[in-house]
Design a binder for this molecule. Sequence first.
Ligand SMILES: Cc1cc2nc3c(=O)[nH]c(=O)nc-3n(C[C@H](O)[C@H](O)[C@H](O)COP(=O)(O)OP(=O)(O)OC[C@H]3O[C@@H](n4cnc5c(N)ncnc54)[C@H](O)[C@@H]3O)c2cc1C
Length: 490
Amino acid sequence: MASTSPLAKNSPIIIVGAGIFGLSTSIHLAQRGYTNITVFDKQPYHETLYSYDAGCDSASSDINKIVRSAYGSQTEYQDLSTEALSAWAAWNEELKTSSSQDGSEDALPPGMTPHDAFFIPNGHLTCSDAETLPDFERATVENMESAGHHGTQLMNNEQQDIKLASDKGMEYALQPFAKNVLGVLDTTGGFVLADKACRFALHKAKRLSVRFILGPESGRFTSFTYRASTSTSTSTNNIIAGITTADGKSHPAALTILCCGGWTPSLLPSLDSLCETTAGSVFMLRIPESSPLRKRFHHSRFPSWSFNMRDHGAEGGLYGFPVDENGVLKIGYRGTKYTNPQAQSDGQERSVPATKWSGSDTITQVPQQAHKVVTRFLEEYLPELGNSGIHISETRLCWYTDSFDNHYVIDRVPLYQGLMCATGGSGHAFKFLPSIGNWVVDVIEGVGLERPAIKAWRWRSLQEDEEPLNKLMEGSQGPRSLWNVPLVLV
Ligand SMILES: Cc1cc2nc3c(=O)[nH]c(=O)nc-3n(C[C@H](O)[C@H](O)[C@H](O)COP(=O)(O)OP(=O)(O)OC[C@H]3O[C@@H](n4cnc5c(N)ncnc54)[C@H](O)[C@@H]3O)c2cc1C
């Protein structure tokens, strides 16, 4: 679908959505010399505010996100991770040096210092309570070795690997829980401070002269504007000439890029057979400053992790992080996907994000099943928290945009000239914040379109004989409607 664009460097380009896809695309467009870029978002992000706590509900506005190279047999993402790790290192370095090199007062976003870092390389442990290593982990070890990343994926039950972990000062990450688990430590991985990284990206984009129009009226996309086509071709009968926002203003563009995360499928119905919006549950525990557990769960002693409680089957998927600087220990549940189907103006039902900030009171409620799995995990694997009187204090529903095959969607939209989308993060795109925009610009410019990653991100639909990795429709094996499962108030 992607084709070479004759876009002039000063053509007006609109990006809707300032999550990681929108931010990264704006930065890389500006770095390639495009001079007329405007990013719109319905949320009032600014340089001191990108976090969930502060009232922003995108998938990207969060405390922390996992970074890993471990991608099983999906080597296109393994390579992308290697690229992203260099880019994170460059951003860490930029943060350190920009104020001294630049000298200007606004070299860093307000509240950020050269001593901050975005990426913390404390390792990522993928593990389970199974007795044998699952295929995914085996494939990761093999593929990282074949790609030359020797000794980076360490099995926590192999003496040689335990020694290697110890040599790297990462032995703490092999068995981080009260009960032993079987797993592989990705020593290239760790986590990224999501909120800080997004604020830095916004600041960086602004310094590259990207304009931002943010807020529930002026920043909210409501519709496309169209230009009449002079072509007789049915394949380009809709020419998108820009967007209209909730304040009634029209904004012309030669290219509009929709990057609205979980909101995208309801804004672009042609994604129906490709993407669906699903909720994951996030749990927060607050560790008081005086507690010795702050040290126990510090990132220098505790990895980021993903864990599958096998006796819950495929529904036992959890992940978590070290404690953050405010004492928040975050654990996520992704074993079962939930949807929020709502009737839309075209008569179709589509799942849309339901969050506190969109006027829903469900923010404090998560599915009982998620709560049950996390509670049991805490009792069995991190009992010192409960024993110290530290329990789940807050919960949040966080909205994913899942594609049926877990690949992103970065392409021009069929039948619409002047319209692209960059979405379908499928729960694993944050780690590519510093680099993914470069790929989006390649797609815009028609560069290297035969690379496996770009091919995987093309506009596509499920073939009849194809088994989807993610079932998009409701049903026994598909995601469950949030409103048909018992919710629990924390
Ligand atoms: C709970 C959870 C945990 C995750 N963990 C990880 C992880 O550990 N590692 C990892 O790599 N990835 C992770 N991911 C995935 C990652 O967070 C997402 O893939 C990525 O953040 C998606 O970014 P986005 O730009 O597509 O969407 P978002 O970040 O959701 O941004 C979309 C933006 O569009 C804006 N918008 C929507 N509608 C409109 C409109 N009408 N007008 C204007 N603006 C609009 C929204 O306000 C929002 O700011 C996780 C995702 C979730 C939900």
